[in-house]
Design a protein around this ligand. Structure first.
Ligand code: CO8
Length: 291
């Protein structure tokens, strides 16, 4: 165990499928533990959690096992004091082509309803730490929904976003009708959901679904750079900022402003708020301790 860093060692104790440290401070999935994803820490300070969906033959279709592993890896990174943000990506061909249609083909309503089929997917949006989706290629159906559960979406120039469930005789079931509508507005969301037509990266940028578009081969490194910027700030205060922005999707303006004010006031109970303002006054770089 001597070669394991502190966080990896403690994770191994607490998690059945925890990643194993093989060299330096990089975490890699160990073959038998994660079957469908690759997991490591990236960035100069190894402070960005990195999850790569890795089911290439099925274009990263989100089978139950894959989503369970993504959620587990997110929980591991949430508990890792060194990690300040997480990047989720797929391959250059596909971020994810949706929920696994072959897995769903023969399901009945009774099974879906009584077992709360795929209900655990929503845990992705519960991550405390900011999550960036780096989308190359197809982000369709559940793939688009997975990206929208993340906090920031960066797209590669050839990315395609769509909710094609209607073509399969069903509708989005992991937030597609809700998050897409909030992101791009009613008309475009309706059009995408009712026709199954896809939008490209530029259209996604224009409509507000993604914040930046990069050349395919630069996408992941740009997402890591964004993750490093976030990780350089107080992790405690970043979690509050994320909570406050997310509240905008659920609360009225008045309630949201009250919620924000309470969190703003709460930052004055942190050492990092004091350090940030003191560093500004003393004309030096702040050194946040996440407390
Ligand atoms: N599920 C299972 N397998 C898939 C999926 C998928 N979603 N998408 C692609 N694959 C498989 C194909 O079956 C094929 O495998 P095989 O070689 O064994 O036949 C392999 O990936 C490659 O696919 P194609 O040969 O079709 O590749 P193309 O380049 O010709 O086409 C497309 C790529 C356009 C992406 C095409 O594969 C496609 O249309 N895929 C389906 C897209 C789709 O409809 N997605 C929505 C799925 S439904 C959904 O996501 C609902 C989510 C609800 C969540 C509810 C949570 C509570």
């Amino acid at each position: 165990m001597a070669f394991l860093c502190r966080s990896a060692a403690s994770l191994l104790k607490s998690s059945r499928a925890a990643p194993v440290l093989l060299s330096g401070s990089r975490l890699y999935s160990s073959g038998g533990q994660y079957e469908y994803i690759l997991v490591e820490k990236r960035g100069e300070k190894s402070n960005v959690g990195f999850i790569q969906l890795n089911r290439p033959k099925a274009l990263n279709a989100l089978c139950d096992g894959l989503m369970r592993e993504v959620i587990q890896a997110l929980e591991v990174f949430d508990a890792d004091a060194d990690v300040g943000a997480v990047v989720i990506t797929g391959s250059e061909r596909a971020f994810a082509a949706g929920a696994d249609i072959k897995e769903m083909q023969n399901k009945t309503f009774q099974e879906c309803y009584t077992t709360k089929f795929l209900a655990h997917w929503c845990k992705v949006a519960d991550a405390r730490k900011p999550v960036i989706a780096a989308v190359n290629g197809f982000a369709l159906g559940g793939g688009c929904e997975l990206a929208m559960m993340c906090d920031i979406i960066y797209a590669g120039e050839k990315a395609q976003f769509g909710q094609p469930e209607i073509l399969l005789g069903t509708i989005p079931g992991a937030g597609g009708t809700q998050r897409l509508t909030r992101a791009v507005g009613k008309s475009l969301a309706m059009e995408m959901v009712l026709t199954g037509d896809r939008i490209n990266a530029q259209e996604a940028k224009q409509s507000g679904l993604v914040s930046k578009v990069y050349p395919v081969d630069q996408l992941v490194s740009e997402a890591i750079i964004c993750g490093e910027k976030i990780s350089a700030n107080s992790k405690l205060v970043s979690a509050m900022a994320k909570e406050a922005v997310n509240a905008a999707f659920e609360l009225s303006l008045a309630e949201g402003n009250r919620f924000e004010k309470r969190l703003f006031n709460a930052t004055f109970a942190t050492a990092d708020r004091k350090e940030g303002m003191t560093a500004f006054v003393e004309k030096r770089k702040a050194s946040f301790q996440d407390s």
